[in-house]
Every structure is written in structure tokens, then in C-alpha cells.
Design a protein around this ligand. Structure first.
Ligand SMILES: Nc1ncnc2c1ncn2[C@@H]1O[C@H](COP(=O)(O)OP(=O)(O)OP(=O)(O)O)[C@@H](O)[C@H]1O
Ligand SMILES: [Mg+2]
Length: 476
């Protein structure tokens, strides 16, 4: 009757109460697990899925209220029903405020309890259905989401179209934020596998010991905590695509298993003996230098060759020319509509700032910069004042990348940093001394002094008291 539901979890330190709840629930076809303490429950919740929790308010050890608070901060959507022998309206209010779905006073009629449980079961089913619907209808990755008209990006879109319908394994190698995930998604959407699942695993985000069981599943009892059998994500991806992000972070022993899996789709669950087989296409990505990882013995060369049937190399944003502006305008439209703002365009000076920046975080950094700018901007055109102080960042980066020679004194290094920073800021403000001094938070006199010292001469520098109208406007 209540099949397809995970069990419900009961916490009560009275054995009789646990037994009677078990009887009531079993009669209605619910599965139940019962523990004596909140501590045990927290541990169990980490290992198994439950559709709700029924807890006594007074427990030895952690109280029902503290348990409620703990769960609400970790698993806000898990419904918790509180039961107590000492019911007062005040406690009831407290429990509901703390996030309990309901509050029952002992003794209660079984129907009362069953009614509350049925509501939670219904809610669980709805949530699960919604999640499945969302996953199916979920905004698919499309080619036109990949913005840019630079030759590198045009070629990339072309290559996606060519490679997507094939079975080829793909390796995407690019700096962080260059759009590797976007490419992987588009490859799946444009393939014949699009109706089947697209499964993403970030190899760097999962502890090494768990990655194998995540990928290939485990049998019950395979390791401490493996309370039940769990199918691997490769099984979920059967007929579809699996995207392994940050593949260079995978341990060597697991690399060997992946290599075997790539040969014919066969694998064995952790702790299992039976060989299973699926039909999965693999797309892998990395932002590390794989060749370097191979040289250092961290990455198997044979796996690299097996993965590298087709390689995508999304270029860094700094090499994409005017795409910076196209992307900035794209994100501007997005954030305008999501935040209900009306920043219509990007001012010329702001555009120049964007073009001059080095973008170490690539498109993701640009997206964040525009999001922040849309929040800050009060005018209808985005002004440089709403952009971060790229000058400082660029100066820092340049200094970082300076060769650290022993002969360079600290004084010289600092002077060099100062000189770089001043030059960059001058470039950004189009050699407006007033603005440069302002940005660097020094007086114009101090700026002139330093420029003289460092031999920075700028013919075009404007040192006019009243800054040019264009730049005043640009300052917002
Ligand atoms: N060409 C593009 N057009 C539009 N949006 C893009 C483009 N490239 C990247 N983005 C957006 O930039 C953000 C970062 O992209 P993505 O997550 O694909 O990068 P990544 O290469 O996977 O980065 P990481 O190595 O850090 O995981 C995302 O919000 C993505 O939608
Ligand atoms: Mg990524």
C-alpha cells in the first residue's frame, strides 16, 4: 500500500513506544526504523533515506528540540513530527517554529498520527515527482547558449555539432571558467542519447575512497557504512552520457578501472563479484595540464590516449577579443531580467576596462563581475565605477609572475609593483590624472611625484581640475 516509499525513522527512548509505533505503521504498510537517541538518528540519516522522522521531545542525550534544529539546518526539507508527554501550547508553538511539521501530545489516537504521516508521505511523493519532472524538462544545454563570435568559439560550436552525434569519447581541457561544462552538456543534448540520462560527477568534489562506489556502486556490506546495495552512477547513465569533471584528480587505481570500463562498458560494484555492463558515452574534463600530470606519474598515459579521441580546448577569455563585450552584454540582459533592473548598455569606458582585463577566472569571472555591476549600477549605462578595481588585481598578478631573482631587493620589487599599478590605472582612466589619483587613493601631487620617479610620461595625461565631461559622466 505504501510501497515505493523509503522507511520512516522513529526516535524514542521508551521501548514500548517504539514497539507500538511499529505496530501502527506496519498495519498501514509503512516501513519503520526505530532508534533510541537523536545521536543515532543523525548517524542513520547520513546513511539511509527516510521520508520523515517522528521524534519524542524528551530524549536522553540530545533533546528532540536540538535534533530538530540540527536537522533543519542540514536537511531543511525532511519533515519531522514531534511527540511529547508534556504538551503545553507554548511547547507546541516552539516545536512548530523550530520547523516541526506537526506536534502530537501523548496519548494520541493512532488515526491522528496516521493522518500526519500520510501527509508527509504524499509530500515526499510529490517532491520526488517534481524532481523527476524538472530533471526531464530541465533547461537543456543548447548550442546558442555558447556565446561568442571569435574564431575559436565559432570553431568550437562547429566541432560540437560534428562530434555530438558520434560515440566518440571526448576530453575537454581548458582553464577554469572557460565553459567546459557547457560544452559537455551541449554534446549530450545534441547526441542521440539526449532522451537518456546525463550524469555529472565531479571527481575532485568526492572523497577518493567514495568515488569508486559513486561511479560503479557497491554491494551491501562492501565497507563500513555500506548498509545496503547501491547501484553506480554509470548504471543511471545507461544509454546516456556520463560527464567526469576534473578527471585528473582521480586516483591511479581508479583510473585503471575506468580504463577497463571504457574498453567495453563492463565494471564490478565495490565488494561485488558479478561483472555488469552498460552502454555509456564518456565525456571528461580537466583544468589541469594533463601532460604535466602524466609526466609527474599522477595520470595514466594509456587512459589519456583512450579519453583523448576528440579533444576540445576552449580558449581562455583573454584570447577571445570582442567576445568579452558580447558575453558581458549577454550577462547584462540575464541579470537585468532576473533582478528587475534596467541597465541598458555598457559605457565606452567600462567596455575598455573589461577589454583590458586579463580574466584569470575566464567567463565565470566575467559573469560574476557583471552580476555585481548590475547590482551596484544606478545609471542606465554600466559605468567603470561599478566594476571591480582590476588595476589592483592586474598589478598583483604581474608582481606574482615576476621571476624571483635573488638580486632583486624588496625596495625594487615594491617600486616595480607601484610602477605597474600606476601604469595600469593610467591606462584604464585614459590618462586622467585626477581619476587615477582618486582610484589609487593618493593625492595628485603624490601621483605626479611617483610618475616622475618611475619615469612614466604621458603626453595625453589630463591634469585638468575639472575632469573632462566624458570621464565625469563615466564615473557615475
Ligand atoms: N561561451 C559562453 N557563453 C555563455 N556562457 C558561458 C560561456 N562559457 C562559459 N559560460 C558560463 O560561464 C560559467 C562557467 O562555465 P563552466 O561552468 O562551463 O566552466 P568550466 O570550464 O566548467 O569551469 P571549471 O573548470 O571551473 O569547472 C557558467 O555560468 C557558464 O554558463
Ligand atoms: Mg566545470
Amino acid at each position: 500500500m505504501n510501497t515505493g516509499l523509503p522507511p520512516l525513522l522513529v526516535i524514542d527512548d521508551e521501548r514500548n513506544m517504539r514497539l507500538s509505533l511499529d505496530a501502527i505503521m506496519a498495519a498501514e504498510g509503512y516501513q519503520l526504523r526505530a532508534v533510541e537517541s537523536a545521536e543515532q538518528a543523525i548517524k542513520l540519516l547520513d546513511e539511509e533515506e527516510f521520508f520523515m522522522v517522528i521524534t519524542d521531545a524528551r530524549l536522553t542525550g540530545m533533546s528532540g528540540y536540538d535534533f530538530l534544529k540540527h536537522i533543519k539546518s542540514h536537511r531543511p526539507s525532511l519533515p519531522i513530527l514531534m511527540i511529547t508527554a508534556y504538551a503545553t501550547p507554548k511547547l507546541a508553538v516552539e516545536a512548530i517554529k523550530a520547523g516541526a511539521i506537526d506536534y502530537l501530545a501523548k496519548p494520541f489516537a493512532p488515526e491522528e498520527l496516521l493522518h500526519a504521516v500520510a501527509r508527509c508521505a504524499e509530500r515526499y511523493r510529490l517532491l520526488r515527482e517534481n524532481a523527476a519532472l524538472r530533471a526531464r524538462a530541465g533547461e537543456p544545454y543548447r548550442l546558442d547558449q555558447i556565446i561568442g563570435e571569435s574564431p575559436g568559439i565559432r570553431e568550437l560550436r562547429q566541432l560540437i555539432q560534428t562530434v555530438a552525434p558520434t560515440q566518440a569519447t571526448v576530453l575537454i581541457a581548458g582553464e577554469s571558467g572557460t565553459g567546459k561544462e557547457l560544452i559537455a552538456g551541449a554534446l549530450h543534448t545534441l547526441s542521440r542519447r539526449t532522451e537518456a540520462h546525463y550524469v555529472r560527477i565531479n571527481c575532485a568534489a568526492i572523497p577518493e575512497t567514495l568515488l569508486e562506489s559513486e561511479l560503479f556502486g557497491h554491494e551491501r556490506g562492501a565497507f563500513t557504512g555500506a548498509l545496503k546495495q547501491k547501484p553506480g552512477r554509470v548504471e543511471e547513465a545507461d544509454g546516456g552520457t556520463i560527464f567526469l569533471d576534473e578527471i585528473a584528480d582521480m586516483s591511479r587505481p581508479l583510473q585503471a578501472k575506468l580504463l577497463r570500463f571504457l574498453e567495453d562498458g563492463s565494471f564490478i560494484r565495490v565488494g561485488g563479484t558479478q561483472e555488469l555492463r552498460v552502454d555509456v558515452r564518456l565525456i571528461a574534463a580537466t583544468n589541469r595540464d594533463v601532460i604535466d600530470a602524466i609526466r609527474q606519474g599522477q595520470f595514466r598515459e594509456d587512459l589519456y590516449h583512450r579519453l583523448n579521441v576528440v579533444q576540445f580546448r576552449p580558449p581562455p577569455l583573454r584570447d577571445r577579443g570582442d567576445d568579452v563585450v558580447l558575453l558581458a552584454e549577454h550577462f547584462l540582459r540575464q541579470f537585468n531580467s532576473s533582478m528587475g533592473k534596467f541597465v541598458k548598455g555598457i559605457s565606452k569606458t567600462a567596455r575598455q576596462c573589461l577589454m583590458a582585463h586579463h580574466w584569470p577566472g575566464n567567463v565565470r569571472e566575467l559573469r560574476n563581475v557583471i552580476e555585481r555591476a548590475v547590482i551596484l549600477e544606478t545609471l542606465t549605462e554600466l559605468q567603470p565605477g561599478s566594476l571591480p578595481d582590476f588595476g589592483v588585481q592586474t598589478g598583483l598578478r604581474r608582481t606574482e609572475s615576476m621571476p624571483a631573482t635573488n638580486t632583486r631587493s624588496l625596495e625594487k620589487a615594491v617600486a616595480n609593483f607601484e610602477k605597474n599599478l600606476i601604469s595600469r590605472t593610467l591606462e584604464q582612466t585614459h590618462y586622467n590624472l585626477a581619476k587615477t589619483a582618486d582610484q589609487l587613493k593618493i593625492t595628485r601631487h603624490a601621483l605626479r611625484y611617483r610618475m616622475n620617479r618611475f619615469g612614466i610620461t604621458v603626453d595625453a595625461a589630463s591634469d585638468d581640475e575639472s575632469a573632462a565631461p566624458e570621464s565625469k559622466d563615466a564615473d557615475g
